[in-house]
Design a protein around this ligand. Structure first.
Ligand SMILES: C[S@@+](CC[C@H](N)C(=O)[O-])C[C@H]1O[C@@H](n2cnc3c(N)ncnc32)[C@H](O)[C@@H]1O
Length: 492
């Protein structure tokens, strides 16, 4: 396998080095930092709408919810495109042409390594055939999204580990081990499930027992579930201690595969750092990782700590870009799903998404005026269940119940009349449309931020493991499973 870095860059930026591409991403994001970092809950208090160019404001206020769902991915062939002012058209086109393509047409791929991996993932082996007792047991509990991920990534991991001889596969942040059990059943490999959550590990152990009962006589499920919180500076001997495998046993295996599907927040950076340390000590090691939950990454304004989640690479550190939690959260938006729902699918869920932003920002106005002492508390409203939403009044009371201390109800403090007046005033200003439009405008940048986070990881591996072979490409269907990029690194 060739040593080098293999990424399918967007067509327009294909001629750039990875470092230059990363600089393009950072400087684009810096231009729009006013859109990335504001706190949407302060939208009315801070008059955030004024930050949007005037020409865009007038246009955006008149868009329907369906239009707003389409806006982040709008392209010249969409009717909506022609309704936008040219500067706004340019903004969306520039963003869409800059981010990493979230699906790949095989005929357009020039890089033979990426081609090779995509061909593997397209030649599915029906690894999740649920027509047998074993198959039924393997898919038990998986939803459509999880099935989609497992059947693709399990094939890929099996292929890579079998190509390298006999493997030990360590599924990190494995949850209850959906993927690991499929791997253990379909391979000769020794499989380990590691997770820091003890109830997930208990579930994984029960899964192993249930599966062992239905497999053919004589076949064993070679899988161990371990409850541990992994740190990035883990040495090979510490890993072996954890896996309780001795040197002799390890010698039976030709390759160690560190795999992780949807390893949230800092767990992906931790796995990359583990890969770096372990490659210095181990002969054959492969990393196969799909990350998620970027908002949980650690980040600093001036990156000083050695084990930051973002930025990891010197190149991105030098760009002096600080996303903050809102920016990293924005990177988790699923704009391809927005597009589908604009055409009618999952519509309700997304209408509610816009409503929630509106009500939450409205609540902040109420809190600031009538509950000023409570604003100092660390207060997260989180999700309010649909059936509890209804009017703003119902929403506000449900939200106030989430305060750590008991607070007087909104009707007692504000009064019905005053509340209605406040809401009317805001409605006159077209507030609902404005906050929805702002939310949608921000989402244009989501894939650009995600691209930078992914490119940063590749640049880190390139910097720290110059002899590794590194590949990044979209593995899952972005509508089914939006965090769909897989990062593969191998030491041989
Ligand atoms: C989003 S879940 C993914 C679960 C599973 N891989 C899947 O695809 O269904 C991430 C898991 O990583 C675990 N985790 C997070 N940080 C960890 C760490 N440092 N060491 C071990 N497990 C960790 C969490 O407990 C959680 O179960």
């Amino acid at each position: 396998m060739n040593i080098g870095t293999h990424i399918h860059l967007p067509l327009k930026h294909n001629h750039l080095s990875l470092e230059q591409y990363s600089d393009e991403l950072s400087s684009f994001l810096k231009t729009y930092i006013w859109l990335i970092t504001p706190h949407i809950v302060d939208f009315f208090i801070e008059e955030t709408w004024r930050k949007v160019p005037e020409e865009w404001r007038q246009n955006l206020e008149n868009l329907t919810t369906s239009d707003l769902l389409l806006l982040p991915t709008v392209c010249p062939k969409d009717e909506l495109f022609n309704l936008l002012p040219s500067t706004l058209q340019k903004f969306v086109v520039d963003a869409n042409e800059l981010c990493l393509p979230r699906s790949i047409d095989l005929d357009r791929v020039e890089d033979p390594i990426i081609k090779y991996y995509i061909e593997i993932t397209q030649n599915k082996t029906n690894i999740l055939d649920d027509s047998t007792h074993v198959g039924k047991e393997l898919v038990k509990g998986m939803n459509i999204k999880k099935k989609h991920e497992v059947e693709i990534i399990a094939d890929l991991i099996s292929h890579i580990s079998n190509r390298n001889g006999r493997s030990q596969i360590v599924d990190i942040g494995a949850g209850q081990g959906y993927l690991a059990h499929v791997l253990a059943y379909h391979n000769e490999s020794q499989v380990f499930v590691i997770d820091s959550n003890s109830s997930q590990i208990d579930n994984s152990k029960s899964r192993t027992k249930r599966l062992s009962r239905v497999v053919d006589e004589g076949k064993t499920i070679n899988l161990n579930s371990i409850n541990a919180h992994l740190k990035c500076d883990l040495s090979l001997s510490e890993l072996q201690n954890l896996l309780q495998t001795d040197e002799e046993r390890v010698e039976e295996y030709d390759n160690l595969a560190l795999v992780g599907n949807h390893t949230c927040g800092d767990l992906s950076p931790t796995m990359l750092r583990m890969f770096k340390h372990l490659t210095q000590q181990h002969r054959n090691i492969t990393l196969i990782n799909v990350g998620c939950c970027y908002h949980m990454l650690t980040e600093e304004i001036i990156p000083n700590s050695p084990n930051l989640g973002f930025p990891m690479s010197k190149v991105v550190q030098q760009s002096n870009l600080y996303l903050n939690k809102r920016g990293r959260m924005l990177a988790c938006q699923a704009v391809d799903r927005w597009r589908c729902s604009s055409a009618g699918e999952m519509h309700d869920e997304y209408y509610q998404m816009f409503d929630s932003q509106y009500y939450r920002a409205l609540l902040q106005v109420v809190l600031k005026k009538y509950y000023p002492h409570h604003l100092t508390e660390d207060f997260t409203v989180g999700k309010i269940r649909n059936n509890k939403k209804g009017s703003f009044l119902t929403y506000a009371n449900c939200a106030l119940n989430k305060f750590k201390r008991k607070v007087p109800s909104i009707v007692d403090v504000v009064g019905d009349e005053e509340l209605v007046k406040m809401q009317e005033e805001l409605e006159q200003q077209n507030s609902r449309s404005r906050i929805s439009a702002f939310w949608s405008l921000r989402a244009v940048l989501a894939p650009v931020i995600e691209s930078l986070i992914l490119v940063d990881r590749v640049l880190y591996l390139k910097q720290e493991c110059p002899h590794a072979n590194i590949v990044l490409f979209p593995l899952f269907d972005a509508v089914v499973s939006p965090r769909n990029f897989v990062l593969i690194a191998s030491s041989s």
